[in-house]
Design a protein around this ligand. Structure first.
Ligand SMILES: Cc1cc2nc3c(=O)[nH]c(=O)nc-3n(C[C@H](O)[C@H](O)[C@H](O)COP(=O)(O)O)c2cc1C
Length: 175
Protein backbone atom coordinates (compact mmCIF):
# COMPACT_ATOMS: atom_id res chain seq x y z
CA UNK A 1 0.00 0.00 0.00
CA UNK A 2 1.19 3.50 -0.83
CA UNK A 3 1.92 5.45 2.32
CA UNK A 4 1.59 8.87 0.72
CA UNK A 5 -1.04 9.45 -1.94
CA UNK A 6 -1.03 12.40 -4.32
CA UNK A 7 -4.54 13.79 -4.92
CA UNK A 8 -5.73 13.89 -8.54
CA UNK A 9 -8.57 15.85 -10.16
CA UNK A 10 -10.41 12.68 -11.15
CA UNK A 11 -13.81 12.09 -9.63
CA UNK A 12 -15.00 8.54 -9.03
CA UNK A 13 -18.74 8.54 -9.74
CA UNK A 14 -21.15 6.80 -7.38
CA UNK A 15 -24.26 5.07 -8.66
CA UNK A 16 -27.72 5.71 -7.24
CA UNK A 17 -27.72 2.29 -5.60
CA UNK A 18 -24.24 2.55 -4.04
CA UNK A 19 -24.29 2.44 -0.24
CA UNK A 20 -20.83 2.72 1.30
CA UNK A 21 -20.76 1.20 4.77
CA UNK A 22 -18.06 0.93 7.41
CA UNK A 23 -17.84 0.24 11.11
CA UNK A 24 -15.15 1.41 13.50
CA UNK A 25 -14.10 0.79 17.07
CA UNK A 26 -14.61 3.69 19.52
CA UNK A 27 -11.35 5.33 18.34
CA UNK A 28 -12.23 5.35 14.63
CA UNK A 29 -10.26 2.25 13.65
CA UNK A 30 -11.98 0.41 10.80
CA UNK A 31 -13.36 -3.00 11.78
CA UNK A 32 -15.73 -3.58 8.84
CA UNK A 33 -16.14 -2.27 5.30
CA UNK A 34 -18.58 -3.43 2.65
CA UNK A 35 -17.76 -4.36 -0.94
CA UNK A 36 -19.05 -1.05 -2.29
CA UNK A 37 -16.53 0.75 -0.07
CA UNK A 38 -13.72 -1.44 -1.40
CA UNK A 39 -14.78 -0.89 -5.03
CA UNK A 40 -15.18 2.90 -4.81
CA UNK A 41 -12.14 3.59 -2.62
CA UNK A 42 -10.13 0.96 -4.52
CA UNK A 43 -8.76 -0.87 -1.49
CA UNK A 44 -8.69 -4.51 -0.59
CA UNK A 45 -10.33 -5.33 2.72
CA UNK A 46 -7.00 -6.27 4.29
CA UNK A 47 -5.53 -2.86 3.40
CA UNK A 48 -8.08 -0.94 5.48
CA UNK A 49 -9.06 -3.26 8.30
CA UNK A 50 -7.43 -2.10 11.52
CA UNK A 51 -6.51 1.30 10.09
CA UNK A 52 -7.81 4.65 11.28
CA UNK A 53 -10.60 6.04 9.12
CA UNK A 54 -8.42 9.01 8.21
CA UNK A 55 -6.73 6.62 5.73
CA UNK A 56 -9.23 7.86 3.14
CA UNK A 57 -9.23 11.47 4.27
CA UNK A 58 -8.96 14.01 1.45
CA UNK A 59 -6.72 17.05 2.07
CA UNK A 60 -9.50 19.35 0.80
CA UNK A 61 -11.57 18.45 3.87
CA UNK A 62 -11.35 21.01 6.69
CA UNK A 63 -10.32 19.58 10.04
CA UNK A 64 -13.23 21.46 11.61
CA UNK A 65 -15.74 19.13 9.95
CA UNK A 66 -14.12 16.13 11.67
CA UNK A 67 -13.96 18.03 14.95
CA UNK A 68 -17.70 18.57 14.65
CA UNK A 69 -18.18 14.89 13.73
CA UNK A 70 -16.40 13.62 16.85
CA UNK A 71 -18.01 16.22 19.15
CA UNK A 72 -21.44 15.20 17.85
CA UNK A 73 -20.71 11.50 18.44
CA UNK A 74 -19.33 12.16 21.94
CA UNK A 75 -22.59 13.96 22.72
CA UNK A 76 -24.36 10.72 21.72
CA UNK A 77 -25.98 12.30 18.69
CA UNK A 78 -25.81 11.09 15.09
CA UNK A 79 -23.74 13.03 12.59
CA UNK A 80 -24.66 14.00 9.05
CA UNK A 81 -22.19 15.59 6.68
CA UNK A 82 -20.89 16.10 3.19
CA UNK A 83 -17.48 14.46 2.90
CA UNK A 84 -14.92 14.40 0.12
CA UNK A 85 -12.90 11.20 0.36
CA UNK A 86 -9.78 10.00 -1.42
CA UNK A 87 -9.27 6.66 -3.14
CA UNK A 88 -6.05 4.63 -3.07
CA UNK A 89 -5.12 6.25 -6.44
CA UNK A 90 -5.67 9.79 -5.16
CA UNK A 91 -9.02 10.17 -6.96
CA UNK A 92 -11.92 11.71 -5.07
CA UNK A 93 -15.59 11.00 -4.40
CA UNK A 94 -18.19 13.02 -2.53
CA UNK A 95 -20.61 11.36 -0.16
CA UNK A 96 -23.47 12.31 2.09
CA UNK A 97 -22.58 10.52 5.30
CA UNK A 98 -24.51 9.47 8.36
CA UNK A 99 -22.59 8.21 11.39
CA UNK A 100 -24.20 6.66 14.45
CA UNK A 101 -23.02 4.92 17.58
CA UNK A 102 -23.07 1.14 17.86
CA UNK A 103 -24.46 0.60 21.36
CA UNK A 104 -24.47 -2.79 23.10
CA UNK A 105 -27.15 -4.25 25.38
CA UNK A 106 -25.42 -2.71 28.41
CA UNK A 107 -25.74 0.74 26.85
CA UNK A 108 -22.03 1.07 26.11
CA UNK A 109 -20.76 2.56 22.86
CA UNK A 110 -18.70 -0.21 21.30
CA UNK A 111 -18.02 1.59 18.04
CA UNK A 112 -19.54 3.61 15.23
CA UNK A 113 -21.29 2.82 11.97
CA UNK A 114 -21.24 4.97 8.88
CA UNK A 115 -23.54 4.72 5.87
CA UNK A 116 -22.84 6.97 2.90
CA UNK A 117 -24.50 7.63 -0.39
CA UNK A 118 -23.90 9.73 -3.47
CA UNK A 119 -23.94 13.41 -2.51
CA UNK A 120 -26.36 15.53 -4.58
CA UNK A 121 -24.40 17.73 -7.04
CA UNK A 122 -26.11 20.89 -5.76
CA UNK A 123 -25.09 19.98 -2.20
CA UNK A 124 -21.46 19.55 -3.25
CA UNK A 125 -21.53 22.91 -5.01
CA UNK A 126 -23.00 24.51 -1.90
CA UNK A 127 -20.34 23.17 0.50
CA UNK A 128 -17.29 23.58 -1.74
CA UNK A 129 -16.90 27.34 -1.10
CA UNK A 130 -17.71 26.81 2.60
CA UNK A 131 -15.05 24.10 3.00
CA UNK A 132 -12.55 26.18 1.01
CA UNK A 133 -13.08 29.10 3.39
CA UNK A 134 -12.82 26.82 6.43
CA UNK A 135 -9.51 25.48 5.06
CA UNK A 136 -8.24 29.00 4.48
CA UNK A 137 -9.12 29.94 8.06
CA UNK A 138 -7.39 26.79 9.34
CA UNK A 139 -4.21 27.60 7.42
CA UNK A 140 -4.25 31.16 8.70
CA UNK A 141 -4.87 30.21 12.31
CA UNK A 142 -2.13 27.56 12.50
CA UNK A 143 -2.31 23.86 13.39
CA UNK A 144 -2.97 24.18 17.13
CA UNK A 145 -6.24 26.11 16.82
CA UNK A 146 -7.26 25.23 13.26
CA UNK A 147 -10.39 23.13 13.93
CA UNK A 148 -11.75 25.54 16.57
CA UNK A 149 -11.22 28.50 14.25
CA UNK A 150 -13.03 26.97 11.28
CA UNK A 151 -15.87 25.59 13.42
CA UNK A 152 -16.31 29.07 14.94
CA UNK A 153 -16.65 30.44 11.40
CA UNK A 154 -19.25 27.77 10.57
CA UNK A 155 -21.30 28.60 13.72
CA UNK A 156 -21.16 32.29 12.83
CA UNK A 157 -22.44 31.57 9.34
CA UNK A 158 -25.26 29.34 10.59
CA UNK A 159 -26.26 31.88 13.25
CA UNK A 160 -26.45 34.59 10.59
CA UNK A 161 -28.78 32.31 8.60
CA UNK A 162 -30.72 31.52 11.80
CA UNK A 163 -30.28 27.81 11.32
CA UNK A 164 -28.57 24.85 12.97
CA UNK A 165 -25.92 22.57 11.49
CA UNK A 166 -28.35 19.64 11.21
CA UNK A 167 -31.01 21.72 9.48
CA UNK A 168 -28.39 23.18 7.15
CA UNK A 169 -26.87 19.83 6.19
CA UNK A 170 -30.16 17.93 5.87
CA UNK A 171 -31.48 20.79 3.76
CA UNK A 172 -28.51 20.30 1.43
CA UNK A 173 -29.41 16.65 0.98
CA UNK A 174 -32.87 17.60 -0.20
CA UNK A 175 -31.52 19.86 -2.93
C1 LIG B 1 -17.74 5.55 11.59
C2 LIG B 1 -16.78 6.61 11.13
C3 LIG B 1 -16.66 6.86 9.77
C4 LIG B 1 -15.79 7.85 9.30
N1 LIG B 1 -15.71 8.04 7.96
C5 LIG B 1 -14.79 8.92 7.48
C6 LIG B 1 -14.64 9.10 6.08
O1 LIG B 1 -15.37 8.53 5.25
N2 LIG B 1 -13.68 9.97 5.67
C7 LIG B 1 -12.88 10.64 6.54
O2 LIG B 1 -12.01 11.40 6.09
N3 LIG B 1 -13.03 10.52 7.88
C8 LIG B 1 -13.97 9.67 8.36
N4 LIG B 1 -14.12 9.54 9.71
C9 LIG B 1 -13.38 10.46 10.61
C10 LIG B 1 -11.97 9.99 10.90
O3 LIG B 1 -12.02 9.13 12.03
C11 LIG B 1 -11.04 11.19 11.23
O4 LIG B 1 -11.58 11.94 12.28
C12 LIG B 1 -10.84 12.14 10.02
O5 LIG B 1 -10.50 11.43 8.86
C13 LIG B 1 -9.77 13.20 10.28
O6 LIG B 1 -8.62 12.58 10.68
P1 LIG B 1 -7.29 13.34 11.13
O7 LIG B 1 -7.75 14.50 11.96
O8 LIG B 1 -6.53 12.31 11.91
O9 LIG B 1 -6.61 13.75 9.89
C14 LIG B 1 -15.01 8.59 10.22
C15 LIG B 1 -15.13 8.35 11.59
C16 LIG B 1 -16.02 7.39 12.04
C17 LIG B 1 -16.16 7.15 13.52
Amino acid sequence: MKSRITPTNTEVPLRDDDWIVSKTDPTGRIIYLNRTFMRIANYRESELLGRQHNAIRHPDMPRGVFRLLWETLKQEREFFGLVKNMTSDGHYYWVFANITADINAAGQTVGYVSVRRQAPVAAVHAVMPLYAEMLRIERESGAATAPEASVAYLWQLLAAQQTTYDRFVLGLYQQ
